[in-house]
Design a protein around this ligand. Structure first.
Ligand code: MN
Ligand code: MN
Length: 415
């Protein structure tokens, strides 16, 4: 058996081949029971992998290749990615998705990544799930009709959101100069972007005389409608937004609430030396009744503090930078994974976690919840708002030191 002293000695002399962070973590914590992790491998051959492997793929997952020795047990896979999701490409753009069918843990949210060219149209459609989206690139024009017959149209850019309640019909179109790209979250892990109710399908499968009667025009009007749905197709660039606004407004006027929100340029709810957090939920983005989100930006080395979410599972999307996440569950179970741009993470409601920026650039990711409100519980906040004497006895740390823990919910450390 390797003792804690062996590990401390090995760390001090720099004899271990593992990363400094791993070695440091192993110096304390619980690397001995069970004696898991590279730091416990006295025989170096325990670390090699002579078998077949893809270096390109394996190198994306240093924490899986060599987990911190504090990791223990297993958790359902909580990493997925759009990077290896097949793209459905059509003239005008493409989409790919990660639903619960591909990502079993993702019960509450299904994710879609879509690109539309300048003029590219995502056909008029509707569906059972609510649709929340975050723009990652370019410009897009969105249209939606509410259930009282009031229409809304808006142009969105990088950092903006839209939210369409279930059943509200809508369309999307890429604008100049280079269309757009965005992430859609449906508030149902089983929802599919490839199975939505499309206007072309309905018209093609309705008797022409019914169409004539319904729209009050001759049946011949419909002689050239598409026989198959368009889904995504190349259209002409639309004109100025004000022209579309004018065309759709009558007779009921605009809905009383916007269907879009600028998360990226909103005031952060918290700003520290380590980074900042922006939030959009039904308190500031009224229509977004079933999705709440945080946009987290972290400087190199910064830490999204240890916390959990009491209100919902967290679906996370990596926008930029390299992140490391350890999810903690009763058992104990603790599993560490790595995230890169285009990747998706999922942490179950009430499971503890942190997010570390392990790259040398700013890291940014989205926390998305099927909830009307954003919420989290901070470990540091809890420990500094429990009777100090009790916390001191629990952790074998003196009260004066505990008093130094952040007690003001920094969200991102350092303060
Ligand atoms: Mn949709
Ligand atoms: Mn979180």
């Amino acid at each position: 058996m390797i003792s804690r002293r062996d590990i401390l000695t090995a760390t001090a002399t720099g004899a271990m081949v593992t990363a400094t962070t791993t070695a440091r973590a192993a110096s304390f914590g619980n690397p001995d029971e069970p004696p898991q992790g590279a730091i416990n491998a006295k025989n170096r051959e325990s670390l090699t992998d002579p078998g077949p492997q893809s270096h390109a793929l394996a190198s994306q997952f240093p924490s899986a290749q060599s987990p911190p020795p504090t990791d223990v047990g297993d958790l359902p896979q909580f990493w997925a990615s759009f990077n290896n999701a097949p793209r459905r490409i059509q003239n005008g753009g493409w989409a790919r998705q990660v639903t619960q069918a591909d990502f079993a843990i993702s019960e509450t949210i299904s994710g879609v990544n879509m690109r539309l060219t300048a003029g590219g149209i995502r056909e008029l459609h509707w569906h059972l799930a609510a649709e929340w989206a975050y723009m990652t690139y370019g410009w897009c024009r969105v249209t939606v009709l509410d259930d009282k017959g009031r229409a809304y149209v808006s142009d969105v850019k990088e950092g903006d959101l839209w939210y369409f309640p279930p059943g509200f019909p809508h369309s999307l179109q890429g604008l100049a100069p280079d269309g757009c790209e965005f992430i859609i979250c449906f508030d149902d892990g089983k929802a599919s972007e490839f199975n939505t109710t499309l206007v072309t399908d309905w018209l093609a499968h309705t008797p022409p005389e019914i169409l004539a009667e319904n729209f009050g025009v001759p049946a011949e009007t419909f002689s050239k409608i598409p026989l198959h749905n368009l889904w995504i197709f190349q259209g002409k660039l639309p004109g100025h937004l004000s022209a579309d606004e004018k065309a759709i407004r009558e007779p009921l006027g605009l809905p009383p609430y916007p269907f879009t929100f600028s998360l990226g340029s909103s005031e952060p709810v918290r700003q520290t030396k380590g980074g900042e957090v922006r939030v959009a939920d039904s308190s500031n983005f009224t229509i977004s009744k079933t999705i709440a989100a945080g946009l987290v930006t972290q400087r190199p080395g910064a830490l999204r503090e240890m916390h959990w979410h009491p209100q919902a599972d967290e679906w996370a999307y990596w926008i930029k930078g390299k992140g490391q996440v350890t999810a903690f569950e009763t058992g104990p179970k603790a599993v560490t994974l790595d995230f890169n741009p285009g990747d998706i993470g999922y942490v179950k409601r009430n499971n503890g976690h942190y997010v570390k920026n392990v790259g040398d650039t700013d890291m940014q990711y989205l926390e998305v919840f099927r909830s009307s409100y954003y919420a989290d519980v901070s470990l540091s906040d809890w420990l500094t708002h429990s009777p100090p004497e009790m916390v001191a006895q629990t952790l074998n740390i003196d009260e004066a030191t505990i008093a130094k823990f952040p007690n003001d919910r920094p969200l991102v450390m350092p303060r």
